[in-house]
Design a protein around this ligand. Structure first.
Ligand SMILES: [Ca+2]
Ligand SMILES: [Ca+2]
Ligand SMILES: [Ca+2]
Length: 161
């Protein structure tokens, strides 16, 4: 979790206006790029399934605040990469909260209001495969930014599109 904390701290330390102006990029995209960098063990490679699942596993453990082995909606919405901060900045908190609820519902396969570890791991694998559009078992930076469900849902919410 130290890497993720450092990523968030780095992001929060950057002036938001400066990020928004850099080559037409949005704060949400900049954050997604930082997250992509923290998934990979080797910065020069694309992310493989193992790195992606390990990364997800670390997040699951840190989201599961009461260590019950599953994530409820409040654990899910309280955990944040830094998107929450951007949503506040952009006045898009309601849209962001809606996007979080949608992702929660997608990952809660049996609809019992808890994402179990099994449901979560299956979702990680499916989301990886869906984003890996050229089917080479690696997620390139572009595939991650354009095809990973979290990036699509949260960034759309942040920009209000
Ligand atoms: Ca829990
Ligand atoms: Ca469930
Ligand atoms: Ca690929």
């Amino acid at each position: 979790m130290r890497i993720l904390t450092a990523t968030c701290a780095l992001f929060l330390a950057l002036p938001a206006a400066g990020i928004a102006q850099s080559d037409g990029s949005t704060p949400g995209r900049e954050l997604a790029e930082l997250i992509y960098g923290s998934i990979k063990d080797d910065p020069s490679d694309a992310a493989d399934m193992g790195e992606f699942v390990n990364f997800g596993q670390d997040i699951f453990v840190s989201m599961d605040y009461d260590e019950s082995g599953s994530i409820d909606l409040s654990e899910f919405t309280e955990w944040d990469f830094g998107f929450d901060f951007i949503a506040e900045d952009e006045g898009q908190q309601r849209a962001y909260q809606t996007a979080q609820k949608i992702i929660f519902a997608i990952w809660d396969h049996d609809g019992d209001s808890e994402i179990t570890e099994r449901e979560y791991n299956k979702s990680m694998v499916w989301d990886f495969r869906r984003a890996d559009t050229n089917d080479d078992a690696f997620l390139s930076r572009d595939e991650f930014l354009e095809g990973y469900v979290i990036n699509i849902a949260y960034r759309a919410a942040l920009t209000g599109q």
